[in-house]
Structures are given as C-alpha cells and as structure tokens.
Design a protein around this ligand. Structure first.
Ligand code: BV8
Length: 247
C-alpha cells in the first residue's frame, strides 16, 4: 500500500511519536470491536450497557461472565501484524508512547514497552470495594449466581477496567495527555474516536503542532481533522508505514 512521502518524511524527522489505538487494532486478531455485533450468547447485549457500574450493580454475575468470556477470547488470540508493526516502530523513533483504549494486553504481548493502558486490562481482577488486585488463587467462589468474593473484605471481584461513567486514573490520563501534547506525529489507529477523554488526545496533539494521522478503514469524527488518512485495515497500513520508514 502507498504511504504518503510527506508522512514518511515527518516520521523520519520526528523526535517523538504518540500512537492512540482502539479496538480496531485487535480486530484482525479476532477480538470483536465495541461496534461489531457481539457473538454467540452475548449478541443480545450492548457492550455500552454491560461495561458500566450500573450493569455490575444490577447483575454482577452477568458482567463477571462477560469479562470471563472476553478473557478466554483474548487468551486464545494472537497479536497481529498491526501490533507487531507498532512494536517495531517504537524501536525506530527516539521517543515513543503507545496509548491504548484496549484492555486485551495484546500490545505488550507483541513487544511494545512504553504502553499506557488508559482503560485498564481485563486480565487483572480487583476487589470492587478496595480496588486492590486479587489473584485467581485467592478468589473466594460464591456459587453460580454471584461473582467470586474478595478474600480480605468479602466484596465482589470485578475486572480491572474503566467502565463508562467511571473516571480514568489521573496518572494514566496525564501521561497520555503529555505524550499527545509533546509529540511531532500522532497516529490514531483503529478507534471510532467517540469515547472521551481518549478521543480528545488527537486535538491535544494538533494544538501542539503535531502531524495527525488516522488509520481506519472507516470514516470517523477525526477523519476531517487529520493531516493524513490511511483508509485501510491497521494490519495492512502499519506494516507498510514501518517498511517505508526503514527504506
Ligand atoms: C469519563 C473498558 C469522567 C471497558 C471502555 C454521559 C454519561 C456518562 C459519561 C459520558 C456521557 N457522555 C460522554 C461521557 C463520557 C464517556 C463517553 O465518552 N461515552 C461515549 C460513549 C459518548 N466516557 C467515560 O465514561 C469515560 N470516563 O469520562 O470519566 C466522567 C465520569 C462520569 C460522568 C461523565 C464523565 C470512561 C470511558 C472508558 C470506558 N471503557 N473500555 C471494556 O472494554 O469492557 S471504552 C471501550 O469502548 C474501549 O476501551 C474504547 O475506548 C471504546 C470504543 O471504542 P474503540 O476502541 O474506538 O472501538 P469501536 O468498536 O468503537 O471502534 C472500532 C474502530 O475500529 C472503528 O472505527 C472501526 O472502523 C475500526 N476498525 C475495525 N477494523 C479495523 C479498524 N481499524 C483498523 N484496522 C482494522 N482492521
């Protein structure tokens, strides 16, 4: 695939690159995006409904099982060429920060090191009250219709992710904002650019003079404001970008 020369030149000159990824980067690993229909037994649920404190309050076991299903899906998934290209890009630029909205841990499995998991990681479980990590061997089973309990305080366990309506950790969002504000090139890859505060990072980068690039087969609210749009799947566009950079 053809990569614009101006973009390759900007990446060659860049001191600092910031990348924001969304579910689209993991789509080619077989991990469904938020806007794809859920498969199988979950197809009648809307992820925007399930990934909320209200859903957990109303039906903690349903939400617990949904994440257990996704954890299994992710365990069986492999990083795809998009993840590997981003891990390679990190080695080709002086400063690199990968901010991801994904909770599947696939960037780290592909070798990316400077990763900010803005919305957490579904591989980790915390106590819903203490918010402290609980390892699987400490789970206290509580029967079929409840999530397991915290061994310390007896509260329900939950995935270590940020739900809609929950605030992000200040540390993570400030690290992401600093990376966006300080970069020369900002790549927004595989995200529908509708979830805030993550979707605000691109304008933060643009305000600081960065070149903004969108990689997405579909149009998004960011497309019109991007300096370059690579209208292709990330698994095609990102390896082409890295190859062009290495030429
Ligand atoms: C917050 C973890 C302060 C969980 C996620 C009204 C009431 C309450 C809140 C709000 C409100 N209005 C706005 C808000 C703020 C809200 C928000 O933005 N809502 C949206 C829906 C309007 N944000 C929040 O609540 C955040 N917290 O603001 O705190 C606060 C507190 C209280 C009240 C107000 C404010 C927390 C947001 C984090 C939610 N957690 N994930 C879990 O995963 O289970 S969000 C989850 O969905 C993802 O992490 C991701 O961030 C988001 C969706 O997006 P994408 O990653 O973009 O995926 P999507 O499926 O949407 O799109 C995929 C894209 O990939 C598509 O564009 C597609 O074309 C493309 N694609 C497909 N294939 C490929 C591809 N691209 C490349 N290659 C391919 N092969």
């Amino acid at each position: 695939m053809e990569v614009p020369g101006e973009l390759v030149g900007a990446l060659r000159r860049a001191r600092s690159v910031c990348v924001l990824t969304g579910a689209g980067v993991s789509a080619e690993s077989g991990v469904p995006t938020f806007r794809d229909a859920q498969t199988g037994l979950w197809e009648r649920y809307d992820p925007l409904e399930l990934a909320t404190p209200e859903a957990f309050e109303q039906n903690p076991r349903l939400v617990w099982d949904w994440y257990a299903w996704r954890r299994e899906l992710v365990r069986e998934a492999e990083p795809n060429p998009a993840h590997h290209a981003l891990a390679e890009l990190e080695e080709l630029v002086p400063e690199f920060v990968l901010v991801t909205q994904n909770v599947d841990g696939l960037h780290r499995r592909a070798g990316s090191r400077q990763v900010v998991e803005l919305h957490g990681n579904l591989g980790y479980v915390i106590c819903a009250s203490e918010r402290t990590p609980v390892s699987p061997d400490e789970f206290v089973p509580a029967g079929e219709d409840r999530p397991p309990l915290c061994p310390r305080c007896g509260s329900y366990l939950r995935p270590d992710v940020v739900w809609f309506g929950e605030t992000l950790s200040m540390g993570r969002i400030s690290e992401a904002q600093a990376a966006a504000a300080g970069c020369d090139v900002f790549l927004s890859v595989g995200t529908s650019s509708v979830v805030y505060p993550a979707a605000g990072l691109a304008s933060e980068a643009a305000r600081s003079g960065a070149l903004v690039v969108e990689v997405n087969p579909q149009e998004t609210p960011l497309s019109g404001a991007s300096d370059h749009v690579l209208r292709a799947p990330a698994g095609t566009a990102l390896p082409a970008l890295v190859e062009a950079l290495k030429d």
